[in-house]
Design a protein around this ligand. Structure first.
Ligand code: WT7
Length: 647
C-alpha cells in the first residue's frame, strides 16, 4: 500500500480545463454536504422537457427503501444523445465503427445516427411496441446495436441487451424474466475472422415451450448473403424501408426505466438491474466528461461490449450525451494479431482508450508485438475497468501503450452503480498503481467489518456506500424484495457492494476483489451458483462446487469440483463433455479452466459445503486449510489434495 505516487505533473499530457485537486476536494465536499444544491446545478447538463423541481429523495433504510432523483422532471434520453447536437454539429461523426476485418470501417454522423434511430423507432412502433414494453437486444458490435438501444429509448421501450456470447438458455431465461415482446438480433457475429451464427441462438431460445411472450423478431443482415427467414421474423432493412427518418421522442419521467441489464449474483439466477432515465443519464454524462476530461469531438474508444454495463454507459449513453465521437470495435484485440489495438488507435487518432486489465495482460503476454507498427501518439488518457489491475499490468499499460505520457485512470464500479464510482479524474488526481484512488462526487465509501462496524483511517474491510448517487440502479426487475435483501440488508442504512477494499493512510482506496460467491473471470462477472446449477444438469454429475483461483491472464480462473453419479466411469472424454456442456449451456466465458473429479465434497455436519477449503486447494495453498474439524468426513480433504490440479 506504500506504492509510488505519481503527481499529475509527472505526465507529459496536460489536461486543459481539468479541475485542480483542490477544486475536486471542494466540489466533493459540497456534493456530500449539500447534494440537493450540487445536483440541482449538475442535473442541468442534460436537456429536460419539463425541468425538475425536486432533486434527491432517497433512503437506504431497508424498511423504507426508496431511490428517486429529479423525480418530477421529464426528458428523452435519445433526444439528449442525438437531437440536441444536430443544430450545430449534425455532420460531426458520432460513431466510428471499426470492423472485425481491418479493411472495414464506417463513420456515422449525428445526422445519420438520428435518421437510423428514428427509422427503427418507427419500425418498432409499426410492430406495436409501446412505452414500457421490454425489447431484448442480442447483437454483435455494430452501429445497429447502438441504434437499437437508442430507438427503444426514443419510444420509451425498455431494452435489455444480452451479451452476444450468451447461450440460448441464457437468452430464454432473460426473455421469460422480463416478459419481452420483441427480440432484435443479427444473422451473424464476426469475431477474429469468423462469421459466427447468432440468430441461430435466438431461434433455439424462441423454440422453447416456456418462451411465450415474443411477438416479433427483427434481424439485422450482417452477412454478405441473406438467409431465408421464417414468416415470424422480419429483416431490419425490410421493416425500416418505408419508415420516416423522423420520430418524435417520447416524453419520459426521470424515474421511468431506461433499461434492464442482467448480472450475476452470489445466489440463484442473474438479476435484472433496472436503471432509470434522468439520474442515469446525468451520471453517465458527468462521469464520462469529468473522469476523462473529455471535450466534444475528441476520438474516444471504450473497447468493451455493449452487452455489459461498460458498453451501455461508456460506449453509448455517456459519450453520445457529451457529443463524443465514440469508437465501436466489432472484433477482438488479437486479430489479425496483437498489433491491432495500436493500429486502431493510430488509424482513428484515438485520444482516450478505456479497456480491461485482462486485455492488457493478454497483450503483455505477447511481449513486444503489441507495440509494433503503431506510434499511439494520439493517446492522452488510458482507462481501465472491470477488475483490480495488478501493478505489473499498470506499469506495462503506462510504459508500453502510453509511452509514459498518459495517466492511467482505474475506475471502480459495478452494473448496479450505473457509472464509475471510485476513480481518478484525468488531470486532477494523483495516481498510485493498483489503486482506484478517490470517490467521484456524492460517492461516500466506507469500510465495515463483518459485524457492520465502520472502520476508521487506514483499514481493510467490506466496501459499502453511504448515501445515494443519481446513477444507481433502482430495483431488480420483478423482484424488489431481492434488491432490498441483496444490497441493503447485510449492513444497516448503506449499500453493500460485495467487494473487499483497503484504505491507505492518504485515504486512497484499493479494491481487493469480491467477498461473495461472485467470480470475476477476464472482467466478466459470473456467479458460482449459476455454473453449479449448469453442472448438475449434466447427466453424469451428482454434485458440483465452483470456486475461483488466481489466473495470470484472466485474473480469476474457474475451478470446478464434480462428484459423478454413482457407478460412472470418470474419463478424459467425460471431463471434456462437462467442459463443453457448460460452454454451450451458459456461455464460452463460463468454460471451466480446471475440472477435478471428487468422490465427496467437504461438508459440515449440517451439509454446508466448506468453500474456504475448496478455494485453498484450488489455489494450491492446501497447507493453509485452517480448522477442518467441523467437517462431517474430514477424509474427503485428503482425496481433494491428492488429486488437485493446480500445482
Ligand atoms: C465488479 C462489478 C464496472 C463495469 C465492469 C464490471 C469488479 C470493476 C474494478 C476496478 C477492481 C473492479 C468489482 C465489482 N471491478 N472495476 N477498477 N478495480 N475491481 O461490472 O460486471 O457489474 O462487475 O467488478 O469486483 O464489484 P460488473
Amino acid at each position: 500500500m506504500n506504492a509510488k505516487c505519481y503527481a499529475v505533473s509527472d505526465f507529459e499530457h496536460q489536461h486543459q480545463g481539468a479541475l485542480s485537486f483542490e477544486q475536486y476536494q471542494a466540489m466533493y465536499k459540497e456534493s456530500v454536504e449539500n447534494p440537493d444544491a450540487f445536483w440541482a446545478e449538475h442535473g442541468k447538463r442534460i436537456d429536460w422537457i419539463k425541468p425538475f423541481t425536486k432533486v434527491k429523495n432517497t433512503s437506504f433504510n431497508k424498511d423504507d427503501l426508496h431511490i428517486k432523483w429529479f423525480e418530477d422532471g421529464t426528458l428523452n434520453v435519445s433526444a439528449n444523445c442525438i437531437d440536441r447536437h444536430l443544430a450545430e454539429h449534425a455532420d460531426q461523426t458520432a460513431i466510428i465503427w471499426e470492423g472485425d476485418s481491418p479493411d472495414q470501417q464506417q463513420h456515422v454522423s449525428y445526422q445519420q445516427l438520428h435518421d437510423e434511430v428514428c427509422k427503427l423507432a418507427n419500425g418498432l412502433k409499426k410492430l406495436g411496441v409501446q412505452k414500457g414494453d421490454r425489447v431484448i437486444i442480442y447483437m454483435p458490435m455494430v452501429p445497429q446495436a447502438a441504434y437499437a438501444m437508442l430507438a427503444c429509448a426514443r419510444i420509451g421501450a425498455v431494452h435489455s441487451v444480452v451479451f452476444a456470447g450468451f447461450s440460448p438458455h441464457a437468452i430464454a431465461d432473460r426473455i421469460i424474466d422480463c416478459q419481452a415482446s420483441v427480440v432484435i438480433t443479427a444473422d451473424v457475429n464476426r469475431r477474429g475472422g469468423k462469421a459466427l451464427p447468432l440468430k441461430h441462438n435466438v431461434d433455439e431460445a424462441l423454440a422453447r415451450d416456456d418462451v411465450t411472450t415474443i411477438k416479433h423478431c427483427v434481424v439485422f443482415n450482417n452477412d454478405d448473403k441473406q438467409l431465408d427467414l421464417p414468416s415470424s421474423q422480419v429483416w431490419w432493412h425490410e421493416l425500416t424501408k418505408d419508415c420516416a427518418p423522423v420520430c418524435a421522442p417520447e416524453e419520459m419521467n426521470a424515474e421511468d426505466p431506461l433499461f434492464i441489464l442482467y448480472t450475476s449474483g452470489s445466489t440463484g439466477k442473474p438479476k435484472g438491474l433496472v436503471h432509470t432515465s434522468g439520474g442515469y443519464l446525468v451520471w453517465a454524462s458527468m462521469t464520462h466528461q469529468k473522469i476523462f476530461n473529455y471535450s466534444p469531438g475528441e476520438i474516444y474508444w471504450c473497447a468493451a461490449d455493449v452487452g455489459w454495463i461498460t458498453g451501455h454507459t461508456y460506449i453509448v449513453y455517456g459519450p453520445l450525451a457529451n457529443r463524443a465521437t465514440t469508437v465501436m470495435f466489432e472484433g477482438v484485440p488479437t486479430y489479425p494479431d496483437e498489433r491491432r489495438i495500436g493500429q486502431i488507435i493510430d488509424k482513428h487518432q484515438v485520444s482516450i482508450l478505456y479497456t480491461a486489465p485482462t486485455a492488457i495482460r493478454a497483450l503483455m503476454a505477447k511481449g513486444e508485438l503489441a507495440a509494433q507498427d503503431s506510434t499511439r501518439d494520439s493517446l492522452r488518457v488510458l482507462g481501465t475497468v472491470g477488475e483490480p489491475i495488478n501493478p505489473e499490468a499498470w506499469q506495462w499499460y503506462y510504459e508500453k501503450v502510453g509511452k509514459t505520457k498518459c495517466q492511467i485512470i482505474d475506475t471502480w464500479w459495478q452494473t448496479e452503480t450505473g457509472g464509475a464510482m471510485i476513480t481518478p479524474l484525468a488531470g486532477t488526481t494523483p495516481l498510485k498503481p493498483g489503486s482506484a484512488t478517490l470517490p467521484f462526487f456524492s460517492v461516500q465509501p466506507a469500510l465495515v467489518d463483518s459485524d457492520g462496524k465502520e472502520l476508521a483511517g487506514e483499514a481493510e474491510g467490506n466496501l459499502v456506500l453511504k448515501g445515494s448517487w443519481p446513477g444507481q440502479a433502482r430495483s431488480i426487475y420483478g423482484n424488489h424484495q431481492r434488491f432490498i435483501e441483496t444490497y441493503f440488508s447485510a449492513y444497516e442504512n448503506v449499500y453493500f457492494t460485495g467487494d473487499g477494499c483497503k484504505r491507505d493512510a492518504d485515504g486512497f482506496y484499493w479494491i481487493t476483489g469480491r467477498v461473495d460467491d461472485v467470480l470475476n473471470v477476464s472482467g466478466h462477472r459470473l456467479g458460482t451458483a449459476e455454473i453449479e446449477s449448469s453442472l448438475v444438469a449434466h447427466e453424469m454429475i451428482a454434485e458440483a462446487a465452483v470456486v475461483g483461483y488466481p489466473h495470470d491472464i484472466k485474473g480469476q480462473g474457474i475451478y470446478v469440483y464434480v462428484t459423478p453419479i454413482a457407478g460412472t466411469e470418470v474419463s478424459e472424454e467425460l471431463t471434456k463433455s462437462v467442459r463443453d456442456w457448460v460452454r454451450k449451456d451458459l456461455s464460452p466465458i463460463a468454460t471451466p479452466d480446471m475440472i477435478q473429479w471428487a468422490p465427496g465434497l467437504p461438508k459440515t455436519r449440517s451439509g454446508k459445503i466448506m468453500r474456504r477449503i475448496l478455494r485453498k486447494v484450488a489455489a494450491n495453498e492446501y497447507d493453509q486449510l485452517g480448522d477442518t474439524s467441523t467437517l462431517a468426513d474430514p477424509s474427503v480433504v485428503d482425496n481433494l489434495i491428492e488429486n488437485r490440479l493446480n500445482r
